[in-house]
Design a protein around this ligand. Sequence first.
Ligand SMILES: *Cc1c(COP(=O)(O)O)cnc(C)c1O
Length: 234
Amino acid sequence: MGSIAERLAEIRERACLSYRRAAGQPGEPHIVCVTKNQPLPRILEAIDAGATEIGENYLQEAIRKDVFALCESRGVTVRYIGRLQSNKYNAILRVFDAVDSAGPELLERLHGTQDRGAQRACTFLLEVNAGEESQKGGLTMPQIRELAAADAPWLYEISGLMVVVPLQATMQIRATIYQSVSVLFHELASDLGSSRVTLLSMGTSDDFELAIEHGSNMIRVGTGIFGPRSPSQV
Ligand SMILES: *Cc1c(COP(=O)(O)O)cnc(C)c1O
């Protein structure tokens, strides 16, 4: 299947091609290398191959692996893309550069914080629960529209949206979801300011080209770069 460097290069090439086709102009999407369950040497391999953003799902795992020192020294952004628990908000805000899986509770708390000196995180995406799955985090599209209509003040904290589709969703369902989230994203950009709302994180190893076709400018790729995840690696 090739090395991490070869797979990353291939994904970047495919992603750029789709992006240029969809946007009708040069440029490239953000590629977030999803490093959950990957030990530090493999993460370093991806960084050496040019990865500039990584995504971690668990606070403790990221601390244990010590990804933060490595990433800081290499100028790599560390994004939190996992489920959030309120007892970990402060710790997450202290160590991550971005939280892509933010919900109203975190954003409201953030909005009420005057002194952000202890906080490192400065980019927040609102997670969209597009499949309306009760066990998933994030807000549904109707909930987000309602909050935007009510002009919820904490919405001004967000730089965009991250959508997680149901695991079993067919490509056709994914296309429908990506298209509707893209419409919502543009509504929010026009409501909240298009210089503020710029990031649309959708698409993973299985479907990033489809997501880019529907307007994604940030993809999150794990297995496509690192191969299948084995839970016991770290
Ligand atoms: C694990 C994970 C990914 C990566 O999925 P792959 O199928 O390995 O590319 C992307 N987004 C989130 C939120 C994840 O938890």
